[in-house]
Structures are given as structure tokens and as C-alpha cells.
Ligand binder design. Structure first.
Ligand SMILES: *Cc1c(COP(=O)(O)O)cnc(C)c1O
Length: 413
């Protein structure tokens, strides 16, 4: 049978899974606990039968969101958490132990980089390499290596890792390959197409899209053979091995650590997710137009955006994402331009952190999210002092181009 499109499937999946009272839109379930008329049923749920017991481990509302996300990635199963960082903390601490080795990218989200420091303190060694080149990843593999973790498009430099090459390497070496696909979303890239074992998204970004809820998800693509992973505890080596990885993460990382996504934000994220394709079509085309416009401006030194023909991984990005290159660009004005003055002259663009909102947001990277890491580390990552990150929204395109034009004009007046 012909498969329906991305948006049709996610709009109608809830209904086809069965409705409550005929409600066309999923209700929100706020109950903390779930009761059974037969105590044997209650015990069965505690012993692994699908069902709900206590909301820390999930509710019908989080389960509906998980089903939607699994469908978006065409994957096996998902677990949602209270934030994207909660996903990462649970992932690393439940699948890795002291003595294990993790390979990641030198170009990585700042808070993830900071979390790697905490892993080091727990005895988990992290090696950061240039993941745009699969050879540097391969060179870092040791007999202690358990996992490779990379982002699809790096923030703020927009480097695109060799996702395919890393997928092949991970398969050959039997390593868990985790892809943080936050900046691409399942609309631009599905993790299994590059061989990822697990896909992580911050739901706070493109998937919710409205910036009115935080959340994160970890998705099992079904490609990794968990029966061969020796960090799965004996108690979770039961039943179909395809479910072992997520079961351990859910029990140890969600139940025991408690970073649960509450029903209200889960519902808001599910509503936002339904318009993902529409928002990304518009925001990606705005981002490309803005990147090209800025690149041609005499007061601009460099623009980093995978959609630009001069971008180092443009061809790779085209192969991976089709003709959509994401919503994030970074702009380096000429050295004599003060990034604060330029930002303050903007009118439509909002001065705020965050990415993937419907509204366009901008901030001075070195002075905000990359402030804590210090000048030496920033230089290593190629982050100039006046670099500006722009998360492009769905405004009418000309209003964005005009906003930068008028801001530059104000500076030269
Ligand atoms: C925002 C972000 C995260 C963390 O997600 P939160 O929901 O803010 O905790 C992780 N990775 C990337 C690439 C992000 O952009």
C-alpha cells in the first residue's frame, strides 16, 4: 500500500490508535496514579506488562507523544524526558560505566560539552574529534570505546558531521551510534537513514516549535543489536532483545532519576509537532534567503550555513537533507562592526537564546552561551568574538532581510 506523507500520518495516527469519547484531539491525562480493579493486573504492570502505574514512568499523554515521535522517525520506540539535557544525562549514565570510552565531536552543543566534563569525573573517558571527517573518528576508537555521539548540524558553526561514514564505522565496530538530530528534526533527516542506533531530539526546539514547553526524546531506530551490548544489566536481559536498551534507560534513567515530562508540556509539544513540516519548509527557505543576502553584504565577513554553496559540507548536507538546510545560521560581521550595536539595531529579530521558534532570534555567541568555556576553547572551535547566531523563524522573508539591512544602515549612519 502507498505510504501516506509525513504530516498526514502524524495528524491522523492518534485517531487511528483509538479515541476517548470520540475526542478528535488527544485529551491531557494529569492523574499521578493509575488504578486496576484486579490486583493481579496492577502487579502485572509493575512486572513489565504495558500499562500505567505511577506518572513518573509515563502517562497516556506522554505515551501518545512517544507514539507520534516514533512514527516521525519511522523507528521502533521512544522515551520522552523533561528536557533534552535530561535525555543526555540518562543516556550516558545508564548505557556507560566507569572505564568506558565515548567519542564525540569537537563541535558540540555547549551544555553537552559541559556534561562530558561530569562524565569524565565519573570515570567515563570522552574523546572529542573532528567528526566532519570519519577518519578522525575511526582513529579515536579503542577497545574501551562503547559509543559515538554526534550532532547532525553543529551549533553555532553549522558543521555537518560525516553521518553516513560514522554509521558504517559504528556498524563495523559494533558501537552504539547516537545522533542528536535537534537541529535537523525528523522532517529533514531520519536517524536510521544514516545508521544511527539511537536518535535524540530536544523537543523544546523545532518539534514543539512554539517555545512554550521544554522536553526531550530518545528514539531507538531498531538498528542496534542490544543482545551484544555487555552493559545491559542481567535483570533487563529478558524477552525480545530489541527492547533491552530502552528498557534499561527507562528504568534506570527515567524511573530512578525522575526527569519526567509532565502531561501539560507533553500535550503542548504534541500539538506543535503536527505543524513541523509546514514550519520547517518556511523557516528553512527563509534561512537560505537570509544567509545568501547576508553573505553579499559589504559589512559581513562570513556566514555559516550548510545551504550556502561555499559551506565546507554543502554537498554532504544536500545528500543528507535534500534541499532544506536547517533554520540556524551564524554571521560574522567585519571585524570593525560591534556585534552588540548591530543586534541592538534590529527590530523584527528578537534578542534571545533558543532555536527552532516560529520567531527569529539572535544572540552574540561568545558573550552568552559560549562565555563559560573561555577564549582559548572558543578559538579552538572557531568562534569569533563578534559571531552572531540567528535562529530563523517563519516571518515573511522580506521583513527579515529588510531588518538586517536597516540595522546595518543604522550602524553606518
Ligand atoms: C537545546 C539543545 C539541547 C538540549 O535541549 P533542552 O531541551 O534545552 O534541554 C541538546 N542538543 C542540542 C543540539 C540543542 O540545541
Amino acid at each position: 500500500m502507498r505510504q501516506q506523507g509525513f504530516t498526514t500520518r502524524i495528524l491522523h495516527a492518534d485517531r487511528r490508535g483509538g479515541t476517548e469519547h470520540g475526542a478528535v484531539h488527544k485529551p491531557i491525562h494529569t492523574s499521578s496514579q493509575y488504578a486496576y480493579s484486579d490486583a493481579c493486573e496492577l502487579a502485572a504492570v509493575f512486572q513489565g506488562k504495558p500499562g500505567f502505574s505511577y506518572a513518573r514512568q509515563g502517562t497516556p499523554t506522554t505515551a501518545a507523544l512517544e507514539a507520534k515521535l516514533t512514527q516521525m522517525e519511522n523507528a521502533r520506540a521512544s522515551i520522552v524526558f523533561s528536557t533534552g539535557m535530561a535525555v543526555l544525562a540518562a543516556l550516558f549514565t545508564t548505557l556507560l560505566k566507569s572505564g568506558d570510552h565515548l567519542i564525540s565531536s569537537r563541535y558540540i552543543f555547549g551544555n553537552t560539552n559541559s556534561l562530558f566534563g561530569s562524565l569524565n569525573a565519573l570515570g567515563i573517558e570522552v574523546t572529542l574529534v573532528d567528526a566532519t571527517d570519519v577518519h578522525s573518528v575511526a582513529d579515536a576508537v579503542t577497545d574501551k570505546t562503547k559509543m559515538i555521539f554526534v550532532e547532525s548540524i553543529a551549533n553555532p558553526g553549522t558543521q555537518v558531521a560525516d553521518l553516513m561514514g560514522i554509521g558504517e564505522l559504528a556498524k563495523e565496530k559494533g558501537l552504539i551510534y547516537v545522533l542528536d538530530s535537534t537541529l535537523t528534526s525528523p522532517y529533514l533527516l531520519q536517524g536510521q537513514s544514516v545508521g544511527a542506533s539511537l536518535v535524540m531530539h530536544s523537543l523544546s526546539k523545532h518539534i514543539a516549535g512554539h517555545a512554550q514547553a521544554l522536553g526531550g526524546v530518545l528514539i531507538d531506530t531498531g538498528l542496534f543489536d542490544w543482545s551484544r551490548y555487555d552493559n545491559i544489566l542481567p535483570i533487563y536481559r529478558k524477552g525480545d532483545s530489541a527492547g533491552w536498551g530502552l528498557t534499561q534507560i527507562k528504568k534506570k534513567g527515567l524511573r530512578d532519576m525522575g526527569a519526567t515530562l509532565a502531561a501539560e508540556p507533553a500535550h503542548r509539544i504534541a500539538v506543535g509537532a503536527e505543524t513541523l513540516a509546514l514550519r520547517l519548509e518556511k523557516a528553512c527557505s527563509n534561512a537560505l534567503a537570509l544567509a545568501q543576502h547576508l553573505e553579499a553584504h559589504p559589512l559581513v565577513q562570513a556566514v555559516y550555513y550548510p545551504g550556502l554553496v561555499g559551506h565546507q559540507q554543502h554537498e554532504r548536507a544536500k545528500g543528507l537533507f535534500g534541499n532544506r538546510f536547517g533554520t540556524l545560521l551564524s554571521l560574522e560581521p567585519k571585524p570593525h562592526v560591534d556585534c552588540f550595536e548591530l543586534l541592538n539595531a534590529l527590530d523584527v529579530v528578537i534578542l534571545a537564546t533558543h532555536v527552532g521558534d516560529t520567531r527569529t532570534l539572535a544572540l552574540p555567541i561568545a558573550h552568552t552561551i559560549y562565555h563559560e568555556m573561555g577564549a582559548a576553547q572558543r578559538e579552538l572551535m572557531g568562534i569569533a568574538d563578534n559571531l552572531i547566531r540567528v535562529s530563523v523563524g517563519i516571518e515573511d522573508c522580506d521583513d527579515l532581510l529588510n531588518d538586517f539591512d536597516q540595522a546595518f544602515t543604522k550602524l553606518t549612519a
